[in-house]
Design a protein around this ligand. Sequence first.
Ligand code: SF4
Length: 141
Amino acid sequence: MKGYQIAYILKRKDPKLYEEARKIKEAYGLKWDEAIKIAKGEIPEPLKLNEISRKLADLENEIKTIKEDFEDIKVTLKFKVEKCKYVDDEGYCTKYPWIGKRDNWKVREDIVRGRLVYHVKVAENRFLCLGCPYFKLKKFA
Ligand code: SF4
């Protein structure tokens, strides 16, 4: 049975539901069968164009804020890596060695108290400095 036939039957059997479906059909430019399903609550109502625009604008603002925050983090990390007294001339953190390492970390192996450890090249893995509480400003001559 075609959508308009279903609508015709619905109009006779349930005029209130028919009217609801008709409004939805006109508001969203849908076919009868889709409009009837929405009126019955079987499928959700589609978003209107202005709702989509508003949601996109909200999303755009959120992305903008995230980008700004990320830029601030990058500036902070650059500062920490450039100014921390524990970064050596080659860009490695000498404050605390790591027992394990990740494949994407650039490291320099070292033996500390007979144990193999890794010094991370923070100049290339700046995020390690992000939450580090040991940052100490280097003294300049
Ligand atoms: S901020 Fe922390 S992790 Fe970064 S170089 Fe300094 S001591 Fe090392």
